[in-house]
Design a binder for this molecule. Structure first.
Ligand code: APR
Length: 170
């Protein structure tokens, strides 16, 4: 059976999946990095919609329409800022993935694409984040037969290599 978990190097805003995950901040009012790219591609209606969402705590996730994105939905999640690793960051990062998968299951989604949450501005070490991401993906796939495709989207080949190595060991 083909692996339902795939690593790709791409721009997540181009992917026609049921949901793309946004690495947002607690305001949900946009930012730089993948957050900025998703808002630019989705258009101004996404920000207008997010203004009604009353933010999102770190580790939690909220779902919105995708508007002008090829993806049907955006699942916004807020990763932890890396502070050395003993401030609950691993558990909060795992919680991001679990809550995104919970929403995917509740909405009967068949495909979801994740960026490397917290691995940019928030400074999370890439290997450690990739191990958490792939472990949560394997666990979610085992518990959800409706989910046919999970994409871990790297923005460069280096990150893609980190994710591929983690996926092989997960
Ligand atoms: N497609 C896929 N991945 C992308 C894209 C894109 N278009 N743009 C950036 N990335 C990658 C980055 O290279 C990084 O590996 O997404 C990963 C997450 O980096 P950030 O976007 O900086 O997100 P994060 O580290 O979680 O920081 C979140 O940054 O943009 C602000 O509003 C956001 O305050 C929040 C913070």
């Amino acid at each position: 059976m083909p692996d339902r978990l795939q690593v790709v190097a791409d721009d997540i805003t181009r992917l026609a999946v049921d949901a793309v995950v946004n690495a947002a901040n607690e305001s949900l009012l946009g930012g730089g990095g993948v957050d900025g790219a998703i808002h630019r591609a989705a258009g101004p209606q996404l920000l207008a919609f997010c203004r009604t969402m009353n933010g999102c705590p770190t580790g939690q996730a909220k779902i919105t329409p995708g508007f002008r994105l090829p993806a049907k939905h955006v699942i916004h999640t807020v990763g932890p800022v890396w502070q050395g690793g003993d401030r609950g960051e691993p558990a909060l990062l795992a919680s991001c993935y679990r809550n995104c998968f919970r929403l995917a299951k509740e909405h009967g989604l068949h495909s979801i694409a994740f960026p490397a949450i917290s691995c940019g501005v928030y400074g999370y070490p890439h290997e450690a984040a990739a191990l958490i991401a792939t472990a949560e993906c394997r666990s979610a796939l085992a518990g959800n037969s409706t989910l046919k495709q999970v994409l871990l989207v790297a923005f460069d080949e280096a990150m893609a290599g980190v994710l591929r190595r983690a996926a092989q060991s997960a």
